[in-house]
Design a protein around this ligand. Structure first.
Ligand code: ADP
Ligand code: MG
Length: 323
């Protein structure tokens, strides 16, 4: 079983960012309103994810580290659930197998909690402790016992880049959750969690960028569009300026990006991209999710209609701005 955990870990835990992703997704699943992530040296030294969610009781927190012990019912077509389908109940055992882990969790407001210490998948200690409700997970020495994997790690800057990319997109997708990201003690992201997307944009891209944003709003029988997109004068050199979110999940969609770009068509200099955060809400039955381990691809059953709608909405708003 120990070996099985290490093999599975190779699939789930590719790099520090994958640990952050799995732990933060668990925190979201646990209904947390505030999620604090602190890492050191790009996460290679240290990763901490602290949440104020439901927490776990003494039994559940040990079970959480047993493979498949926790597979939950998949809720219909919820994108997020489908994405994690392949890994259900595998993240914590996999992370524990390749790190030194300390967990403090409490499922009550009486200050009674449980602390577990693990190393390379082995439970070293389990004891009662004082703790506020929520879960606090600390990971040290990622891949300490899998030197081959450790050798694949890139520079601190590269690993940090993957973590910040993920946290930024998540904060843009979920403005109603407060996120904090710190690296080597420095705060890189802090959002309020009050649902205000423009405030999230300001905390990621800066207050001056937020002032260049136009508000997007659009209704269609099948889609509801919201978000912000920059005035044509405010551009960036990278395509990553465009963020597309479907039903609260970040989605990499080349066709949606292109629909936004078409709306700007002659307004942008070559190789420049508008800062843009697009939220689309739609009936999940219109989304065809193609599950591939570790990556999410979606197709829309009325794709041309959606793309036309997005293009028209953005175009309309840009024209209004020019007038
Ligand atoms: P999965 O998320 O697929 O169920 P994981 O290995 O990621 O599998 O987590 C195992 C279980 O541990 C979860 O199903 C959940 O019950 C519990 N758990 C993990 N993290 C948290 C958390 N931050 N707060 C509350 N419960 C958690
Ligand atoms: Mg999980």
């Amino acid at each position: 079983d120990h070996i099985a955990n290490q093999i599975a870990a190779g699939e789930v835990v590719e790099r520090p960012a994958s640990v952050v992703k799995e732990l933060v997704e668990n925190a979201i699943d646990a209904q947390s309103r505030k999620i604090e992530v602190s890492i050191e040296e790009g996460g290679l030294e240290y990763i901490r994810v602290k949440d104020n969610g439901t927490g776990m009781d003494a039994d559940d927190c040990e079970k959480a580290f047993q493979r498949h012990a926790t597979s939950k019912i998949v809720h219909g077509r919820d994108l997020f659930q489908i994405r994690t389908l392949g890994f259900r109940g595998e993240a914590l055992p996999s992370i524990a197998a390749v790190s030194k882990l300390e967990l403090v969790t409490s499922d009550n407001k009486e200050g009674l909690g449980r602390k577990l210490v693990m190393e390379g998948g082995k439970l070293l200690s389990a004891e009662d402790t004082r703790a506020g409700q929520g879960t606090d997970m600390k990971i040290r020495g990622l891949f300490f016992n899998t030197p081959a994997r450790l050798k694949y790690m890139k520079t601190v800057q590269t690993e940090l880049g993957h973590v910040t990319d993920y946290m930024y997109r998540l904060a843009l997708a979920k403005p109603d959750i407060s996120f904090v990201l710190q690296h080597n003690g420095k705060t890189l992201l802090q959002t309020q969690g009050n649902g205000d997307l423009l405030q999230v944009i300001a905390s990621i891209y800066g207050p001056s960028a937020a002032r260049q944003m136009l508000k997007l709003e659009g209704d269609h029988p099948d889609y509801v569009l919201s978000g912000y997109t920059a005035v044509p004068e405010f551009t960036r050199a990278s395509r990553s300026a465009l963020t597309t979110i479907i039903n609260g999940r970040y989605i990499r969609s080349f066709s949606l990006m292109q629909a936004i770009m078409r709306a700007y068509h002659t307004l942008l200099p070559v190789h420049r991209y508008p800062l843009s955060v697009l939220h689309v809400h739609m009936d999940p039955s219109l989304i065809d999710v193609n599950v591939h381990p570790a990556k999410l691809e979606v197709r829309f059953s009325k794709e041309q209609e959606l793309l036309r709608f997005v293009e028209e909405q953005v175009k309309g708003m840009l024209q209004e701005q020019v007038l």
